[in-house]
Design a protein around this ligand. Structure first.
Ligand code: NCD
Length: 471
């Protein structure tokens, strides 16, 4: 099977079978890294890194060199025409006409999707803001698979910045795809965003159990767990009954502890002032019984959250994770460029249902509320149309197709209301029965009454603050 001309924007762009095929090609290439120079001869990779990077950029570039291809790059946004006000779409078309594959890192969430939509060549997302970083996830999964021979049924603890960590977001979905259990251990204030939890449960199955307050769990060796994801592949392993102590579940051990640094560059001003991430994974922390056989992982770079004394411990995996970036990225480049083909197990993914959500195409000025979404950036608004998936009716929830940020609009109306005549246009509260009544193709949403009224809509008796049915 060929993966030629495909892009990798989020981890869902590859099926489990395709991920396994990347791993098996990476295995073959890892055994002979310096004998692959005929694989991508004559091909050009462009690397566009508009945020700091050491591992990702250099491993992509080294991978392409090892495959015999060439690399062109731009690493400073100020040195490209983006700084003159050029749009991402125009840049993508131009760069796509110069190179055979694009690797991009950019601070805007959803930017890699826009580049993929316009480039005409395969695009690999090397990190789009706090959204996703799927190739780091391939390195992470590959490491777990190599060290534990399976991912299914394992218990993986995610520690640190679960809010802005893009490696965390891609990894969560990948672990769910492969049937692992997840222990969420956030730095207080940096919990996993609700839209990720919702997507996890509705699209991957399984359950999320919320742990009551984590206060008083700061003893060395105790994970500050606030929630657990239980995969449908091992529903009984972590089956939690109300009142059962989560710590007891840890007695059987944690298979991997994935540590992340606080992504300070993405903090709001208040987060910058208030967040205290003092937990350090060191020898003392790892003394706990639950960590006896734990793989200690980190996407790197580390700051203070992972002590250097752990490096000599055989449980430390982070340098191996980084080194495996070479064969993994070689395999991925060779496959997406169509220079290699592999057999792919074709069974559908068991732990993911491809839900075909109705699409809300915006209009009436509804924009994504995420300030770092690509769709709300000045230049990009000239050609990008806001577009959302309607992922739930109760509560009415839209998910941006670019950054996947979810939000609950407050008011709704129907484009079909009284044949659309202006004088009868009415708006209602989004939590009234109208959310279920209006056909998705006719749905109009507003974030405020004034937005609705500015568009000529009048309040219905279901628009008031009284109760969902009316006022
Ligand atoms: C990560 C990233 O850029 O998101 N680094 C990486 O690619 N290995 C993690 C981080 O910066 O903390």
């Amino acid at each position: 099977m060929t993966l030629a001309n495909r892009s990798l924007v989020t981890i869902d762009d590859l099926s489990n079978g395709e991920i396994e095929s990347v791993f098996s090609l990476a295995d073959k290439m890892a055994g002979a890294l310096d004998r692959q120079t005929d694989v991508c001869q004559g091909k050009i990779m462009v690397s566009l890194f508009f945020e700091p990077s050491t591992r990702t950029r250099l491993s992509f570039e080294a991978a392409m060199h090892r495959l015999g291809g060439s690399v062109i790059s731009a690493v400073d946004i100020g040195a490209t025409s983006l700084a003159k006000g050029e749009s991402l779409a125009d840049m993508a078309k131009i760069v796509g006409s110069y190179a055979d594959i694009i690797v991009i890192r950019h601070p805007w969430e959803g930017s890699a999707k826009v580049v993929a939509d316009y480039a005409g060549v395969p695009v690999i997302n090397a990190g789009d803001g706090g959204h996703q970083h799927p190739t780091q996830t391939l390195c992470d999964l590959y490491t777990i698979q190599k060290e534990r021979q399976t991912i299914r049924g394992l218990k993986i603890a995610l520690l640190g910045d679960l809010k802005y960590g893009r490696t965390i977001h891609s990894l969560i979905f990948a672990l769910a795809k492969f049937g692992a259990n997840i222990l969420f251990c956030p730095t207080p204030g940096l919990e996993v965003p609700q839209n990720i939890i919702k997507k996890l449960v509705t699209e991957y199955g399984g359950e999320v159990e919320i742990q009551p307050a984590v206060e008083g769990k700061k003893r060395a060796g105790v994970l500050p767990m606030d929630a657990v994801y239980i995969t449908p592949s091992s529903p009984h392993q972590l089956a939690l009954m109300p009142g059962i102590n989560f710590d007891l579940e840890l007695k059987t051990g944690v298979d991997a502890l994935y540590v992340t640094r606080p992504q300070k560059e993405r903090f709001t001003y208040d987060e910058g002032q208030g967040i205290n991430s003092s937990l350090v994974v060191n020898k003392e922390f790892l003394k706990g019984k639950e960590f006896k056989k734990t793989l200690v992982m980190h996407p790197l770079p580390r700051v203070d959250e992972l002590a250097y004394e752990v490096d000599a411990d055989p449980r430390s995996m982070y340098f191996k994770q980084a080194a495996r970036g070479i064969p993994i990225r070689m395999a991925l480049l060779a496959l997406l460029l169509g220079s290699r083909e592999v057999a792919v197990r074709e069974e559908p993914d068991f732990f993911r249902s491809k839900v075909n959500y109705p699409i809300y195409k915006g209009g009436y000025e509804v924009t994504c509320p995420n300030p770092v979404c690509v769709s709300v950036q000045g230049t990009e608004t000239k050609y990008l149309k806001p577009e959302f998936k309607i992922v739930s009716l109760e509560p009415l929830t839209l998910r941006c197709v670019y950054c996947e940020h979810g939000f609950e609009p407050k008011y709704i109306a129907s484009a079909d209301w009284h044949e659309g005549r202006l004088d009868t246009k009415k708006y209602h509260r989004a939590d009234s029965h109208w959310a279920r009544t209006i056909k998705p193709e006719n749905l109009i949403v507003f974030n405020s009454k004034s937005e609705a009224e500015a568009q000529g809509f009048k309040p219905s008796r279901y628009a008031g603050a009284g109760h969902p049915g009316g006022d």
